[in-house]
Design a protein. Structure first.
Length: 252
């Protein structure tokens, strides 16, 4: 197999959570381009169906309406993947929420809601898929650069949840890499255009311009390539690591 061919995912099945918009929709599009059959999960079914219709030209696409904070819903996603394709080869654990609220004003309900999706949901989905994966499987947990550095805006729940994802990734890699043959890695995006970053508008864009080495937001395809590396056989000797794609924000 050539180096380029190791990035191909023809005939493999990938579960993508949070696929109804933003980074998740971009991930799904790139995975379809690499030949993967897809199971797209999110709470907004109509948006999932719209995306699936575009991607079904060349690959199989199954849509599952699911809230990842519910362990039973996560198990259902994995079961529907098996029912549709008979296998799960990779999981891109992308579903996430965020808010920019002062820690003194963040309510217990809002804090729990963010942690429930961003951290607990990552675990429930990883658990559901790993139990149904074979040797050579890959789990990509989408964390954030804010799990590594102090946020420039008040985001206690989001930052805590993403730091938790990085720690969870290391543990799962230690448990599953040798015993189950499943690689587990974290992908840490910096700032990209999405529904979440749109809330902060030009203030956030100006901060990134001043405080990152490359001085700009990232483009979706610049993150897609990193995700594809971790999800595909190209990263067959990579596990327990955190790949940061942030234009040098964390190192500045």
């Amino acid at each position: 197999m050539s180096t380029i061919d190791r990035f191909r995912m023809d005939g493999l099945t990938v579960v993508v959570t949070g696929a109804s918009s933003g980074l998740g929709a971009g991930f799904a599009t790139s995975l379809a381009g690499a030949g993967a059959n897809l199971v797209l999960a999110a709470r907004r079914r109509e948006r999932l169906e719209d995306l699936a219709e575009k991607l079904r030209v060349d690959v199989g696409v199954t849509v599952v309406e699911a809230d990842v904070s519910d362990p039973e819903a996560c198990a259902r996603v994995a079961e529907e993947a098996l029912a549709a394709y008979g296998r799960i080869d990779a999981l891109v654990n992308n579903a996430g929420l965020g808010s920019a609220v002062s820690a003194l004003k963040e309510t217990p309900a809002d804090f729990r809601r963010i942690v429930d999706v961003n951290l607990n949901g990552v675990f429930w989905m990883a658990q559901a898929c790993a139990g149904r994966m074979g040797q050579g499987g890959s789990i990509v947990n989408v964390a954030s650069v804010l799990g590594l550095i102090a946020p420039r805006f008040p985001q206690a729940a989001y930052a805590a949840s993403k730091a938790g994802v990085i720690g969870l990734t290391r543990d799962l890699a230690g448990e599953w890499s040798r015993r189950r043959g499943i690689r587990v890695n974290a992908l840490c995006p910096g700032y990209f255009d999405s529904e979440m970053t749109a809330e902060e508008g030009e203030t956030l864009r100006a901060m990134v311009g001043e405080q990152s080495m490359m001085g700009r937001f990232g483009e979706q395809e610049e993150l897609d390539t990193a995700m594809l590396f971790l999800a595909s056989p190209a990263s067959s000797y990579v596990t327990g690591t955190t790949l940061t794609v942030d234009g040098g924000l964390a190192a500045y």
